[in-house]
Design a protein around this ligand. Sequence first.
Ligand code: ATP
Ligand code: ATP
Length: 559
Amino acid sequence: MIRFEDVSVTYEGAAEPCVRGVDFVVPEGELVLLVGPSGVGKSTVLGAVSGLVPHFTGGTLSGRVTVAGRDTRTHKPRELADVVGTVGQDPLAHFVTDTVEDELAYGMESLGLAPEVMRRRVEETLDLLGLAALRDRPIATLSGGQRQRVAIGSVLTPHPRVLVLDEPTSALDPAAAEEVLAVLQRLVHDLGTTILMAEHRLERVIHYADRAILLPSPAQAPVVGTPAEVMAVSPVYPPVVGLGRLAGWSPLPLTVRDARRRAADLREQLSGPGARRQAAPPPSGPGAGRPTHPARRRLFRRAAPAPLSATVAEIQSLSVRRDRITALRQVDLTVTPGETIALMGRNGAGKSTLLGSLVGLLAPTAGSVHVGGVTPHRTAPPELVRHVGLVPQEPRDLLYADTVAEECAAADRDAGAEPGTCRALVSQLLPGITDDTHPRDLSEGQCLALALAVVLTARPPLLLLDEPTRGLDYAAKARLVGVLRGLAAEGHAIVLATHDVELAAEIAHRVVLLADGEVIADGPTASIVVSSPSFAPQVTKILAPQQWLTVAEVREALS
Ligand SMILES: Nc1ncnc2c1ncn2[C@@H]1O[C@H](COP(=O)(O)OP(=O)(O)OP(=O)(O)O)[C@@H](O)[C@H]1O
Ligand SMILES: Nc1ncnc2c1ncn2[C@@H]1O[C@H](COP(=O)(O)OP(=O)(O)OP(=O)(O)O)[C@@H](O)[C@H]1O
């Protein structure tokens, strides 16, 4: 259905092709996953299928790409629209209408489908993707995950034979991601739809794929195989594969279920005398003084920061209405210096609204918010940046200059910092970026690092991040974790809204769960995530009833 024949793509001004020697076939009715580190050209390959590369991006494509027999070089994207549905990384760039229902109908209207067919398919899609309650909503009022679901729905309604999806679950909560992937799998199995998809969070998708294509590094030819074959050699892999590699399991398990079946020996090793023990936590609270199982002790290793008398932020009985929606109700939250809090919960639960309230973008409808002694929505930005900084869900929203150097100079001015402060932070976070780079040409991970540097220039005691691992590969995520740990150790309090359960397991001292605008759980990471089928990381699920969170913890215990 999709055929690449010795394809290379070179963007304008680039000395080398960005992808080279790409040669593969995706048969009809298969779901194929494109994997590889950031910047290897996954989006470029996807764009070549929908015709966006090179028609819209510029550059040259050599070799041949055909979809359902049509050559994408001689057919413009619009001439492929009846066959190929595409969802790019940025849902906002995708929308052409104002409301959810209109957006779902738009693709069908432009193909000239009959009104009764359109009506039926809109209803079907609203149900399939859990969008019925949002059908009349203006798209501008949707949360990030709600927008992503609408973007996916809008390409499903015309029933294209081929779907090209670039990180389709990046803004979705874990349960919504499973629902959307199950829908996609049904299209593949029942309707014979062909899907080519790129996704960084492999723990979510690898087990749905019939086949995987690995782009190992820029301009290196792809490796094609079964998901297990590709995972055995891939530089990017999910925690279940990391644990399988550590334990020497062969064939490598791709699902928690397969890994659990293999894990008896590993569990024994981890609870046996060979495993490195950690110091027990200081006895306190209920059960203090009882002997602790060695594995259980590990949970307490990520000691909460020493309690300081000062709080960084204090939220009391906060309610926030946005239009007709009560996005937060009766929320209480205290943030202390040095602690990292993961804010989790379904799409639309109110996470971004809570961050927006802490940084003064939204005024309380009732209740109060205090950050470092000031009331954010009543504090002027030059004063507020000294107390709190937000890296938004779309870090590009924070960047407006034409070069990295100008961006840094503006950040120094805004923060009243020594000239060169922001640039020094950028060099630390993003070695190798030149002053004259245009922020638009940075990859997702690079943009995030620049936005983080801009915010950190003012050294705010409270740092807020909204979905910071969207679009990041595992290596970029590990660098981010290192930076955030360093900041927490210096006493910065960090609150991050995230759907990335693996990130929360790595870094958070505390998890606050929101549901429908209310706090439904607030406690140490381990105690909150371990008991939740949605929010437990893969390692926790595999090694239960022992309580481990990450591959790194297991590796350390075995060393
Ligand atoms: N329109 C463009 N013009 C010039 N260079 C581009 C363009 N689009 C992408 N590139 C460059 O081509 C390379 C591959 O980018 P691409 O977005 O295809 O990678 P990717 O594997 O999808 O990355 P990510 O996982 O971060 O989305 C990068 O170095 C990028 O900067
Ligand atoms: N500008 C707005 N106007 C009206 N309602 C809004 C607006 N932005 C968000 N909402 C609604 O407020 C509620 C909370 O949205 P919020 O963005 O805080 O959720 P979230 O937990 O961050 O979701 P996600 O995980 O999808 O990013 C949702 O029902 C959303 O549709």
